[in-house]
Design a binder for this molecule. Structure first.
Ligand code: AP5
Ligand code: MG
Length: 187
């Protein structure tokens, strides 16, 4: 059972590539962002708590997202593997994922790091914000807050992945199809 991570800043193309990869490789998509947005839409307790952070561009507390991911991994026995998109995003999340997988004799197999410069990321997110209805895309100050969170809490775990020897750098500035082919070539 494969465990593949799509890693990168907000707007780097994780969700776009995930949609294509899950079809091709029949993997279970774990996007903590999508799950949290569904919870917000349904106005669940978890959704109400998450909204407070998401609308400010801040990360949702670790215990919430770790619990969500644990539930999916434990509940899904019939799958070829998992494709993580937007998780892990902190050291704690990365360590917990590794531990969770070890307990069931699995490991993180590959981490694809999508590299895109910040100017382009902001352009992409503002463009999408015009139609996505995502509260965290509509306002440039919230997008910048997401970038700050990424730089402070998420980017540093790249070293964690590098040490594990499974980090693969991908030029995320190329077209969607070229990025996809670059990932598939290293799957
Ligand atoms: P999440 O939903 O994960 O959002 P994000 O990572 O901030 O960024 P996006 O999903 O917007 O970007 P993406 O990399 O998926 O790019 P996409 O393919 O969409 O998280 C949202 C919030 O939830 C967080 O801020 C946080 O509050 C909370 N959260 C989620 N997970 C959490 C966790 N683990 N811990 C704590 N909190 C968590 O593409 C973006 C745009 O670019 C699209 O319009 C797309 O069409 C376009 N595009 C994609 N690829 C290309 C390309 N190659 N060329 C040109 N345009 C492209
Ligand atoms: Mg996404």
């Amino acid at each position: 059972m494969k465990n593949i991570i799509l890693f990168g800043p907000p707007g780097s193309g994780k969700g776009t590539q995930a949609e294509k990869l899950i079809q091709e490789f029949k993997l279970t998509h774990i996007s903590t962002g999508i799950i949290l947005r569904e919870e917000m839409q349904e106005q669940t307790l978890l959704g109400k708590e998450a909204r407070h952070f998401i609308e400010k561009g801040q990360l949702v507390p670790d215990h919430i997202v770790i619990g969500m991911v644990k539930n999916i991994i434990c509940g899904k026995k019939n799958t070829r593997g998992f494709l993580y998109d937007g998780f892990p995003r902190t050291y704690k999340q990365a360590e917990e994922l590794e531990t969770m997988l070890k307990e069931i004799n699995l490991q993180i197999d590959k981490v694809f790091f999508l590299i895109v410069d910040e100017e382009n990321l902001i352009k992409r997110l503002l463009l999408r914000g015009a139609s996505s209805g995502r509260a965290d895309d509509a306002d440039e100050s919230v997008i910048r807050a997401r970038m700050d969170e990424y730089r402070l809490k998420t980017e540093p775990i790249r070293i964690f992945f590098e040490k594990c020897g499974n980090l693969i750098n991908i030029d995320g500035m190329q077209s969607i199809d070229v990025v996809y082919k670059s990932i598939v070539a290293k799957m």
